[in-house]
Write a protein that binds this ligand. Sequence first.
Ligand SMILES: Cc1cc2nc3c(=O)[nH]c(=O)nc-3n(C[C@H](O)[C@H](O)[C@H](O)COP(=O)(O)O)c2cc1C
Length: 195
Amino acid sequence: MSKDLLDIIKERRSIRKYTDQKPGDEEINKIIEAGLYAPNAGGGQRSMLVVMNDKDLVERVGRLNVGCMNRNNLAGGYVSSEQPSIIDDPSINSGFYGAPTVVAIFAQKGFLYNIPDAFCCAENMVLEACNLGIASCIVARGEETFSTKEGNEYLRKWKVPENMECKCFVLLGYIDGEYPHSRQRREGRVLVVTE
Ligand SMILES: Cc1cc2nc3c(=O)[nH]c(=O)nc-3n(C[C@H](O)[C@H](O)[C@H](O)COP(=O)(O)O)c2cc1C
C-alpha cells in the first residue's frame, strides 16, 4: 500500500551519513521524473539536471562545494546533532557527505525565478526519494561550486549550456545508521486571516 503524501513529507529528513550502496537506475529515474514534473515559473521547464553517478566524481565535486563555503556568512546555530552538517563539524571535507549519487540542478542564468525553479525541482525529488526509501539531502552553493577553475572544467566537459547555472544539489543514497526522528514544528508560524 502506498504511503500518504503527508506522512512522506513529515518523515523526510536531510541525511548526511551514507553507505556506499548506490540507488538503482529505476529509483534514480523515478526521482528524476519527480524533479522534471515540479512546478516551474511560467511553465517554461527551464531547469536541467546533471546526474553524477560515480563515487570519485561526487567526492571531487563535494570537496569543491566545501571549499567555496564562506563561514563568515553562516547564520549560526546548530543544524543537526544526529546528522551533523559541515557547519556543525568543520572536519567534514565533502559537502556531499559521501553520498554515492548526486544530482546537480541547473537553472537559466538571469531568469527572475531561477532559484525557486531549482528548489521546487529539488523538493519534488527528495519527497519521491523518501517515498522509495532512499535517503537524501538538498545542498546549496551550486554557483560557487562550479565557479572555480576545476568546477568550470566539469561544466565544459559535461557540455552544460552556457546559459545555465547550478543552483543546488540533491544527494541520494542509503542511510548509514539510525534514521533521525521527525522534528517538532515551531509554534506561531501560521496566521489565518479573514479580512
Ligand atoms: C535552501 C536550502 C539549502 C540547504 N543547504 C544545505 C547545505 O548546503 N548543506 C546541508 O547539509 N544541508 C542543507 N540543507 C538542508 C537543511 O539543513 C535541512 O533541510 C534543515 O536543517 C532541516 O532539516 P530536515 O531537512 O532534516 O528536516 C538545505 C536546505 C534548504 C531548503
